[in-house]
Design a protein around this ligand. Structure first.
Ligand code: XIL
Length: 447
């Protein structure tokens, strides 16, 4: 449970183990945060650094009983009316315009109708009405393992590259792009009828030194424009979901508490807060139909950080900035926030009331340090996924990895794991289903 001691512990602990703010040379930032997510490319013990993730190419089939038709809930009509849904077939999702159905409950969109049964998470998501994308962070290293590939494709229909589409991986030197590792993941996903979300166009972390040390507004704007344009252009026919800006806000504690403010990145320092609007506008010019998301951590339930992010995003909506939705990373437990299902639901509603989609974009629940107990973890997994499931405008749940052994948290400073397993995901080291999996499945079946 969220508790004062937890917050204090984390506040005190923050970055003691050496979080770095990726050295973007900001001025005057003295609080030493920078974030669990703000570090350099080291971190995950086994997930591989972005540039190093070259394995897993040459994959061809990895079948896995991929079901048909990857329904895209983001374009699916809702319109579920009552309690049928049991017999829904796979992957509809085409057609319709996303208008909310009427179920006589009055007000907004009707509830999502669950499948009567499903044997995989993916099937449960595809059979729901409207469908819900079930995602996973996929690493190039992981795709070198047959069990990993089998589970990843059988259980998910939505892919985020764990590192391979970050700035340092795609544009390691100015104007020179390197597509191989990212293309491998995108091609594998498409062979398995999975959608891909591009992650992430503008972020302070995993940013190459030449970019993080750049000075001059015009220079940084030009570099940002080139990066967004080139990257979206390269993947244009294959991707239409993008995390455009990631983690633009910080607080004193990575739990989202204390002094919320814009993160002093090279983009913010050189351009000012308008870099966010600009990034979305450039992305929209590049692809008029793509879904464009803002993504951040510890904004999963009410706290200082999400209050700030809400106002920021509301300002964007009011100004007509082309933003389609907000990703709640949902890294639960050290060093990030905890969030109960009811709080997550209330928080999501504030954003959907702005006319936006919401997504759970990077979910894991860290057991290291004993901060989150086994029982709490199960409750969180069920209740948080259920909160998304019940909200038709919550269009995806993505888990940040496949199995515990490969979790980035195992080696992440601040996560209190020190190389031990974070036990944070749905599959164990042998790719067996854990009880966390069962709780997620229940939530997806409306139980
Ligand atoms: C993490 C990866 O999982 C690690 O392998 C890497 O070392 C650091 O980045 N927020 C994000 C993700 O948006 O991109 C981060 O991924 C986790 C936190």
């Amino acid at each position: 449970m969220r508790s004062a001691p937890f917050t204090l512990l984390l506040s005190a602990f923050l970055c003691a183990a050496g979080c770095s703010d990726s050295g973007d040379g900001d001025g005057g930032e003295t609080t030493g945060t920078g974030g669990a997510t703000g570090g350099t490319t080291s971190g995950g013990t086994t997930s591989g650094t972005p540039s190093g993730a070259t394995t897993g190419s040459g994959e061809t089939s990895a079948s896995s009983g991929a079901t048909t038709g990857s329904g895209d809930p983001t374009s699916a009509s809702n319109g579920a009316t009552s309690g049928s849904g049991g017999g829904a077939t796979t992957g509809s999702g085409a057609g319709g315009d996303g208008a909310g159905g009427s179920d006589g409950t009055g007000g907004g969109a009707s509830a999502r109708v669950p499948a009567a049964s499903a044997s995989t998470l993916r099937e449960a998501g595809e059979k729901a009405n409207p469908p819900l994308l079930i995602g996973a962070a996929i690493s190039g290293g992981g795709l070198g393992n047959n069990d990993y590939k089998r589970v990843a494709a059988a259980e998910h229909n939505y892919v985020t590259a764990e590192n391979e589409m970050k700035w340092d991986a795609l544009e390691p030197s100015a104007g020179n792009f390197s597509w191989g590792s990212a293309d491998n993941i995108v091609n594998w996903a498409r062979q398995n009828n999975m959608k891909v979300k591009g992650h992430t166009l503008v972020w302070h972390s995993q940013l190459p030194g030449w970019m993080s040390s750049m000075t001059g507004k015009a220079n940084v704007e030009a570099a940002m424009r080139r990066h967004i344009t080139q990257v979206m252009g390269h993947f244009k026919d294959r991707l239409d979901h993008w995390d455009v800006v990631n983690e633009a806000v910080q607080t004193d504690s990575d739990t989202g508490v204390g002094n919320p403010r814009m993160r002093p990145t090279v983009f913010y320092n050189q351009i000012g807060e308008s870099y966010i609007d600009l990034a979305f506008q450039i992305a929209r010019e590049q692809d008029p139909k793509a879904k464009l998301y803002y993504n951040d951590y510890s904004i999963d339930a009410r706290n200082d950080k999400v209050e700030f992010v809400y106002n920021m995003v509301k300002g964007m909506v009011d100004r007509g900035v082309p933003i389609d939705g907000v990703g709640f990373q949902m890294h639960i437990g050290p060093p990030n926030n905890e969030a109960g299902g009811a709080d997550v639901a209330a928080n999501m509603k504030r954003f959907t009331d702005l006319g936006l989609e919401v997504l759970i974009s990077e979910m894991d629940i860290n057991r290291c340090g004993g901060v989150v107990t086994a029982e709490e973890q199960l409750t969180y997994y069920h209740d948080i996924v259920a909160a998304c499931f019940k909200e038709p405008k919550c269009t995806a749940v993505t888990f940040w990895g496949i199995n515990d052994g490969r979790s980035w948290l195992n080696g992440w400073s601040g996560a209190l794991c020190n190389g031990q397993s974070s036990q944070s995901l749905l599959f164990n080291d042998q790719y067996g289903k854990k009880e966390t999996y069962n709780r997620v499945m229940n939530a997806l079946l409306g139980k």
